[in-house]
Design a protein around this ligand. Sequence first.
Ligand code: ADP
Ligand code: MG
Length: 199
Amino acid sequence: MLDADFFRRWMTATAALVDREAERLTALDSPIGDADHGTNLQRGFTAVTAALEEEKPDTPGAVLTLAGRRLISTVGGASGPLYGTLLRRTGKALGDAAEVSAEQLAEALRTGVDAVRTLGGAAPGDKTMIDALVPAVDALGDSFAAARDAADEGARATTPLQARKGRASYLGERSIGHQDPGATSSALVMAALAEAAGE
Ligand code: ADP
Ligand code: MG
């Protein structure tokens, strides 16, 4: 079973990976965006870590809803409301149980990803974070490591795609040939989840 501590570890591991990869995320956002994705997420997850230390939420659902709210309030770019919605809706779906199973997390995360799809209007193949999140949720039934690998593969598969949502879509065909920054950061979020699970 997964307790609040597990979810805190997931968020702090995400913050650490985002810190480590911030320059790369921003570099990916340079040719097909406005070169701020790394700094956006660094600011957001630093605030998440601080909020979790201050407020000490004591259930899995409370950890994720607090993290989601904090991302929405601190990240100005498109990715703030999108990741904020992902975590808030996943947290809401987990309810107020003290511990949840991996199966419950997989189901809740699917609810969260569906909320991101509704909010942003992106479908798989549109070259967004959805291209990493959907395969990750599909693989989560197998293992956390499988979800991490599926997200990474999904992110790399965005390179030949033409962007149909977000800032990169303004470039039309010129968005082809670049890996999507948001799909890349989603792969980091899933890598942090596998790390928190010790996989
Ligand atoms: P901004 O584009 O406002 O500068 P960021 O650079 O932080 O925001 O985030 C860009 C990423 O957000 C993109 O690489 C993409 O993965 C994701 N994104 C943008 N718009 C959407 C959308 N409508 N649906 C899903 N993801 C999106
Ligand atoms: Mg940007």
